[in-house]
Design a protein around this ligand. Structure first.
Ligand SMILES: [Zn+2]
Length: 474
């Protein structure tokens, strides 16, 4: 039994996929655009302007809360969180305080409930950069006023792996709902973690917070490092100091940003410029009705339809693959596992290599269904499938390719026999080795046979013919 256990809580920020920013009409999609080109008097914090709540952002907050089994506030408001920093031109951030849009939910991760403390809406700060060695800093206000969801869990996570899976589930939920692209690489999903270690079943230890984690892998690595560090301290009778840490990805280490400091006094007070939001039954029912099938439900449906749990999980928790899988199934009468195999192995390999989402390729769901059908009915071999894949990924119809090139499998012994005889006759040394007991040597005969039939010869039929001719059991 382990001596210690870790207690982990997460705080996740998601950049919302709304058309405009949280409180003004600036285009919220500024990614890749030149600095300070998506601004207006409201998000610049100029005097005398009035913010207006983005209704779509509120819808997104409610949808996200519903997907996490939260209760939705029927009456909520925005607060001002005061602090002075160059990335905050108003000197306060509009956020939610004691009345978040959603709270008290949970998400089940691998059979274990992680409680969701709260989900609230807020605006993002601007982005400051400090060029190396320069005597100045730069500020980009494009991000100022962008809509965010902040989600906070209770400290219910126990391992780095659980944290990683939880975050990937949150990402797939956000993508399935369409509320956020939830892409950590572009800063559209950010996570801070807090972690403490305690003797198993003992009282809570002192927790530290780790910031600046920009991938799920970093979260898991930082947690592994930090849990080990804290355990070693406790084992040697020392104490963990409350602190905020950063994560150095290259060195694989956490580093101290600041030691315990008093709880900052943000002087929260209700924003007098913004009216409270009343979420009535009609609004709530409209959004409940708009909830799409969530990843956990997709997973259950896939498993029910005969997909292996391992594959069902990969598909259900990847919003773009799940959408494609469902579209392909609509064109398919065969075993869904065949399409799942193609997507998770062959297609995934291609996507990895090209760094693309399946929707970015020219592959059509119908063609994928055709390919699965040809393979499942054994009309094409493994080799032909591998051979066709790049062209099918580029938009070609597999049925057409197979017809045009005559790539249907050949399982007819009569038509394969003369070729097999010819190849055997041409390789006397290999034949000798095989007859002498080196059965693996027979692979040298398969190559030329497959080459001549362009991969269409069924391997089991060829093996049977070879076994008969050579008097061995291949
Ligand atoms: Zn603006």
């Amino acid at each position: 039994m382990p001596e210690f256990e870790a207690v982990v809580g997460l705080e996740v920020h998601l950049h919302l996929k709304t058309k405009s920013k949280m409180f003004c009409s600036c285009d919220a999609n500024y990614f890749g655009d030149p600095p300070n080109t998506h601004t207006c008097p409201v998000c610049l914090g100029l005097p005398g302007v009035l913010p207006v709540v983005n209704a779509q952002a509120v819808d997104f907050g409610i949808l996200f809360g519903l997907a996490l089994n939260c209760s939705i506030a029927s009456w909520t408001q925005f607060h001002r969180k005061s602090y002075y920093y160059p990335d905050m031109p108003k000197n306060y951030q509009i956020s939610q305080y004691d009345l978040p849009i959603a709270e008290h939910g949970y998400l089940e991760v691998e059979g274990q409930k992680v409680r969701i403390k709260r989900v609230h809406l807020e605006e993002d700060a601007a982005k400051s950069t400090h060029p190396d060695g320069a005597a100045y800093s730069l500020i980009d206000l494009n991000r100022a006023g962008s809509p965010l969801i902040e989600m906070v869990t209770e400290p219910d996570i126990r391992t780095p792996e659980q944290a990683r899976i939880f975050l990937s589930h949150i990402r797939s939920i956000a993508q399935t709902l369409g509320v956020s692209e939830a892409n950590p690489e572009e800063g559209k999903m950010r996570a801070d973690v807090n972690v403490s270690v305690r003797p198993v079943g003992g009282p809570m230890g002192t927790k530290v917070e780790i910031k600046n984690l920009n991938s799920f892998r970093s979260v898991a690595r930082a947690l592994e490092f930090e849990i080990k560090r804290q355990q070693e301290l406790l084992r040697s009778g020392r104490q963990v100091e409350q602190a905020t840490l950063g994560w150095d990805e290259a060195a694989g280490k956490t580093y101290l940003m600041r030691l315990k400091e008093g709880e900052a006094d943000y002087r929260y007070f209700p924003d007098p410029d913004l009216p409270p939001i009343v979420v009535d039954e009609a609004w709530l029912s409209r959004l409940k009705a708009a909830l799409p099938e969530l990843p956990a439900q997709k997973y259950a449906r896939y498993v029910e339809s005969g997909v292996r749990p391992y594959d069902a999980e990969i598909l259900a928790y990847n919003a773009s693959l799940a959408r494609f899988f469902d579209e392909a199934l609509a064109h398919y009468q065969g075993n869904p596992q065949t399409i799942a195999n193609l997507l998770n192995a062959d297609v995934a390999g291609y996507l990895n290599e090209h760094q693309q989402e399946v929707q970015q390729t020219a592959l059509s769901p119908e063609h994928l269904a055709q390919l699965a059908g040809l393979f499942e009915r054994r009309e094409i071999t493994n080799r032909v499938l591998a051979q066709l894949l790049p062209e099918v990924m580029a938009g070609a119809s597999p049925i057409k390719l197979v017809e045009e090139r005559g790539l249907r499998s050949v399982s007819d012994e009569g038509s394969l026999k003369p070729l097999v005889e010819r190849v055997v006759a041409a390789h006397p040394r290999v034949v000798e080795q095989v007859k002498g007991g080196n059965l693996k040597a027979a692979n040298a005969l398969l190559g030329p046979i497959m080459k001549e039939t362009r991969g269409t010869a069924k391997a089991d039929v060829v093996k049977k013919l070879l076994s008969e001719m050579l008097g061995v059991e291949l």
